[in-house]
Design a protein around this ligand. Structure first.
Ligand code: ZN
Length: 141
């Protein structure tokens, strides 16, 4: 199996698996490869080498790469869409939980103790996804 990182003409990036390089060429050439985000069939390979998966080590590396990409998307989303409340995070979360302020999406700083207390009080809060170190560049076999 070969995994390709693909990109559509709207700039969405996604990955797809093909039985072989020829399979990819054939399907993409026939317009059968569709962007899962917007349905576009104007697909090109993202500028990186395809990874050929042959063993466990590479699986782990790929999973890490996927996790890293997801984590950074989630962080980006939170930064853009959530209200930053800084060190007042625990207070703000409690106020919302108690109905003293309007419910909204917030993010900020909390100590592990504060996070634990919130959890005990039944207030849903999740840690930001970690920033993972980049993986070494992929090599073609
Ligand atoms: Zn798309």
């Amino acid at each position: 199996m070969i995994r390709y990182d693909l990109r559509c003409d709207n700039g969405d990036e996604f990955e797809a698996w093909f039985g072989s390089i020829a399979d990819y060429d054939k399907q993409a050439g026939a317009g059968l490869v569709e962007c899962p985000h917007c349905g576009s069939t104007q697909i090109e390979k993202a500028p990186m080498a395809p990874a050929v998966v042959t063993g466990r080590r590479k699986d782990a590396r790929q999973e890490r790469a996927v996790a890293m990409a997801l984590a950074s998307k989630v962080r980006e989303h939170i930064r853009e869409n959530f209200d930053y409340v800084g060190e007042k995070f625990a207070d703000e979360a409690r106020k919302m939980h108690a109905g003293e302020t309007e419910e909204r999406a917030i993010w900020g700083e909390a100590t592990p103790e504060q996070a634990e207390q919130l959890a005990e009080e039944g207030i849903a809060a999740a840690p930001m996804p970690p920033v993972l170190a980049p993986t070494p560049p992929r090599k073609l076999n």
